[in-house]
Design a protein around this ligand. Structure first.
Ligand code: NAP
Length: 308
């Protein structure tokens, strides 16, 4: 046998196995799992937070989005990107584009492509973020909600075990476009939804724990307080020194005014509450820097009100 030089004495098999075990155990203690996780929608409100959390735990991440050259509707780049992926977290939010006439068609296509690639690449499990309340009959005939339902059913019916995390509207999305908030000169027009908002950071925490903890149980999560959306928008504008007034309007889906997106009693309530979340936003004149709390954390909460 040819001698291997320069590497010193080779440990016997028992010693080498023990060394590997100690390394593995050490990695696990530090929260590092030998798992590769695909984040589908990696650049989004939730996705960017999920990616940051996984990276902080030294988990290998594959980022999926059009910005990364991967398209859930055409399927372009998807199979190649999923090489070696063990677990996937779906925080995507595809919209219809030319040639795909309805939101239902777009979301159904994306869901089929996601389940298809997960099955083809032997992904062990998929964790999906969706909205609480979408199964309420009040949303019958509302295309976006019907599309969300259809997508959820496709994922749950697929061959790869899928865990759904349902959450109420997020503070970040509820106060910025696109959504039920629109700018009109010196007014901000806001649909009068009754909501119990939750922070996108909290949702990201739960998605990551669900994926890493291998938790198969579906979860519904909500924030601690109910508030009417126009009031929340007013509070965000005041916090950021924006003098525009808020004009509440009737929601396109009337049931939203009565709280159709509120979670059921069985939902798990997770903070922060409204005032605590508001304090994490950069205050007026702070030029993107938070007054209190962790600066990076606060900045990441900043909703984009500039295009309203
Ligand atoms: N926002 C809320 O209040 C709320 C509440 C409950 C549940 N949810 C659910 O949570 C999920 C994530 O929401 P979000 O607000 O974080 O979404 P978001 O900010 O709009 O981000 C969507 C992500 O999907 C990617 N994407 C969109 N179209 C794509 C395509 N055709 N191919 C590949 N990637 C695509 C986007 O990246 P590119 O543009 O680069 O492709 C982006 O990374 C959604 O399913 C949403 O329904 C949201």
């Amino acid at each position: 046998m040819r001698a291997i030089t320069g590497l010193g004495p080779r440990p016997n098999r028992a010693v080498s196995t023990a060394i590997e075990w100690v390394k593995l155990s050490d990695q696990r203690k530090r929260g590092r799992l030998l798992t590769t996780i695909a984040v589908i929608g990696a650049t989004g409100t939730a996705g960017s937070r999920v990616v940051a959390r996984l990276r902080a735990r030294e988990v290998a991440v594959v980022e999926i989005s059009r910005a990364h050259g991967i398209d859930l509707l055409s399927g372009e780049g998807l199979y190649r990107a999923f090489k070696g992926v063990d677990v996937a977290i779906d925080v995507s939010n595809p919209a219809p584009r030319d040639g795909q006439p309805t939101v239902v068609e777009a979301l159904v296509t994306a869901a089929r492509n996601i389940m298809g690639v997960c099955a083809a690449r032997d992904v062990q499990r998929l964790v999906v973020s969706t909205m609480a309340g979408i199964d309420d009959p009040a949303f019958g005939g509302a295309p976006y909600f019907e599309a969300k339902r259809a997508a959820k059913e496709i994922l749950l019916d697929g061959p790869v075990p899928t865990t759904v995390v349902k959450s109420t509207p997020w503070y970040e999305s509820a106060t910025g476009p696109p959504g039920p908030v629109h700018g009109d000169g010196d007014q901000v027009i806001v649909e009068d939804w009754l909501i119990q908002p939750i922070a996108a950071d909290t949702v990201a925490d739960v998605l990551v724990e669900t994926a890493l903890g291998q938790t198969p149980t579906p979860r519904t999560i909500t924030g601690p307080e109910t508030i009417r959306l126009p009031e929340l928008t007013s509070k965000v504008l005041a916090r950021q020194g924006d003098s525009r007034t808020v004009r509440p309007v009737k929601p396109a889906v009337p049931a939203l005014a009565a709280g159709a997106l509120l979670a059921t009693e069985r939902a798990v309530v997770v903070g922060p509450d409204v005032e605590t979340w508001l304090r994490s936003l950069p205050p007026a004149g702070a030029d993107g820097h938070a007054q209190d709390g962790d600066g990076a954390h606060a900045l990441s909460h900043r909703p984009d009100l500039s295009r309203m």
